[in-house]
Design a protein around this ligand. Structure first.
Ligand code: NDP
Length: 281
């Protein structure tokens, strides 16, 4: 069994991204990522701080707009519009989840698709599903980079994705299908899940259930990608896959932490840099 080292791969990619940023700066452009954060959600605070840290490391301009969660929907939409119209920002995202009085759909629709580095705008989702992607959600984009880096053959293989969220499961399935895998999407109502997962050459698990996938759910030699991030009562992070068990069966496996997470944030930066490069054309 080989471990997919997401942290090392992210470092290697970040070196290359830094070069792209330097090149842009040489032409007078600094890629800019603006992040709007509402309220005090502790997990969101951590995600946003990490984005800020990696952006700074790569030489991007970044701004975290911290707002009280009492802000009105209209005020938030106006703010989004002002970032849409400011050419010095190439990427814009609003950290989810939003407070209940603000419509997530309206907010995602308000972000300019060209700046939507999270890839959650319905236009970007539609472009992905119609086979001409512009912005792709960073978690599945990072997983595709892992497959490339580790030489994982996808064409003709049987892939099973567990989880059907717009952020991970659905775009993951589409990216695998575009790479010519035969894809099944499973979810909480799927019957005989273990039988299905045991048939997978490629298994991507994104369900948010601590160490749910066990050795007996995995085909010998399969590539297993663990997206889950679950904290136990001691604050320790675990994936959706029981790493200790599954490492005895899988051919390739991502750890948690140090797997999908570092790649996700790297791909967010990649899309921001790409948006800046595109803005010059
Ligand atoms: P959601 O809660 O939006 O979706 C979870 C999905 O898993 C749903 O489709 C649900 O099915 C399915 N599911 C839940 N329980 C089961 C089960 N027992 N058997 C089969 N399917 C099940 O989660 P996200 O997609 O946003 O995130 C999934 C996990 O990935 C979380 O742990 C999250 O923290 C993590 N994550 C990690 C990232 C990273 O960078 N490493 C980035 C994004 C997410 P149904 O639709 O039927 O309810």
């Amino acid at each position: 069994m080989k471990i997919i080292d997401g942290k090392a791969l992210a470092e290697t990619m970040q070196e290359k991204l830094k070069n792209r940023v330097d090149k842009l700066k040489g032409k007078g452009i600094q890629p800019g990522l603006a992040v709007i954060l509402l309220g005090e959600n502790p997990a969101s605070q951590v995600y946003v701080r990490n984005k800020e840290r990696v952006a700074a490391k790569l030489g991007l301009k970044s701004e975290i707009v911290r707002l009280p969660d009492t802000i009105s929907e209209a005020e938030l939409l106006d703010l989004i519009e002002s970032y849409n119209n400011d050419i010095s920002w190439h990427g814009l995202l609003v950290q989810l989840p939003l407070p209940p009085h603000i419509s997530e759909e309206k907010v995602l629709l308000a972000i300019s698709p060209e700046k939507d580095v999270d890839g959650f705008h319905p236009i970007n989702m539609g472009k992905l599903w119609s086979g001409s992607p512009l912005m792709i959600p960073s978690t599945p984009a990072g997983i595709m980079e892992m497959f490339r880096a580790y030489g994982v053959e996808l064409s003709g293989k049987k892939a099973v994705v567990i989880g059907r969220s717009n952020i991970v499961g659905k775009p993951m399935a589409q990216l695998l299908m575009m790479a010519n895998a035969t894809v099944t999407i499973a979810h909480s109502r799927t019957e005989n899940l273990s039988e299905l997962t045991r048939s997978a050459d490629i298994l991507v698990v994104a369900i948010g259930q601590d160490r749910f996938i066990k050795a007996e759910d995995v085909k010998a030699g399969a590539v297993v990608i663990d997206v889950g991030m679950n904290r136990d009562e001691n604050g320790k992070l675990h994936g959706d896959v029981d790493f200790e068990q599954v490492k005895e069966v899988a051919g390739l496996l991502t750890p948690v932490p140090g797997g999908v997470g570092p790649m996700t944030i790297t791909m967010l930066m990649e899309q921001t840099i790409r948006a800046a490069e595109t803005s010059m054309k």
